[in-house]
Design a protein. Structure first.
Length: 283
């Protein structure tokens, strides 16, 4: 892996004492629930509206949901009635990119769910339209269940999209272009929005490899996901993107917050999202 810079260890961003408290909270929460059918997400800096996710998982499906968030997250009073919903509030250094901090939970679930056999990550701007328990059974024969990307077919195509829309800093994307020259494109592209995953030593190694790629390379995790899969030799079942659209709904984020962009540019991008949301609403 020939990226510049030193990989930040997740423990540097979350202290050991904080991690222990998180593990205890989760263990106590799951004592009366199914340890092996848990949904979780992360939402920092009010990045997304989690209401559709909460309504779909907790109210409609009756499944347990854990949301990692910061102290700025305002919990609506009507959510307090859900006994299968746990908010874990974590203070984070605002100098750290909120997207990066949220990825610790996405990429490294073995740190927070050591007692579970299976975890299901959902991005915070997603809701479940239809529950399909067969996806969990697929993990009996593989380590990860993911979905193909709905718009692009390779890492190279994803890189070009990041470059065209400036989804990461010029420096990071330039470094990744050199990485692409030295490392053959795996020839497939998965979405990182939804991940069904075993908790095993093999998958832990995959998590750590993926985290290192993100730390040393681009924050755009879909660029490095295929490489982490290939390098760790985890077995995967990659489903058609049409299946994802059948089972899940994806909403616009509340804001765009790229750490390499100016506040004014992030505001304009967020405004664009708001206009697109309104257009979607009135369709």
């Amino acid at each position: 892996m020939k990226f510049g810079g030193k990989a930040i260890q997740s423990i540097e961003l979350i202290s050991k004492s904080c991690l222990n408290k998180i593990q205890i909270k989760i263990f106590n929460f799951l004592l009366e629930r199914d340890f092996n059918n848990i949904y979780y997400t992360a939402n920092f800096n009010n990045y997304s509206n989690t209401a559709p996710l909460i309504e779909s998982v907790c109210a409609r499906l009756g499944k347990p949901l854990i949301i990692f968030c910061d102290s700025g997250f305002v919990i609506p009073r009507n959510y307090l009635k859900f006994k299968n919903l746990l908010f874990i509030t974590i203070d984070w250094n605002e100098k750290t990119d909120a997207r990066l901090f949220a990825k610790i939970f996405k990429i490294m679930p073995h740190l927070f769910f050591p007692k579970t056999k299976v975890t299901t990550w959902l991005d915070s701007n997603i809701s479940i339209k239809k529950d399909d328990v067969s996806l969990l059974f697929l993990l009996e024969d593989c380590d990860l269940v993911l979905f193909r990307h709905d718009k692009r077919n390779s890492v190279t195509e994803e890189y070009m999209d990041c470059l065209n829309f400036k989804k990461d800093s010029s420096k990071k994307l330039e470094e990744f272009s050199r990485f692409l020259i030295d490392n053959k494109d795996p020839g497939f592209l998965c979405q990182g929005r939804i991940i069904y995953r075993k908790t095993s030593v093999k998958v832990q190694k995959f998590n750590e490899i993926w985290w290192e790629y993100i730390q040393k390379g681009s924050i755009r995790d879909q660029l490095s996901l295929p490489y982490a899969i290939s390098k760790s030799n985890v077995s995967t079942n990659i489903l058609a993107s049409s299946r994802l659209l059948e089972l899940f709904r994806i909403y616009f984020h509340n804001k765009i917050s790229y750490s390499h962009r100016s506040k004014s540019m992030n505001f304009l991008l967020s405004l664009r999202n708001t206009i697109l949301k309104m257009r979607d609403f009135f369709k």
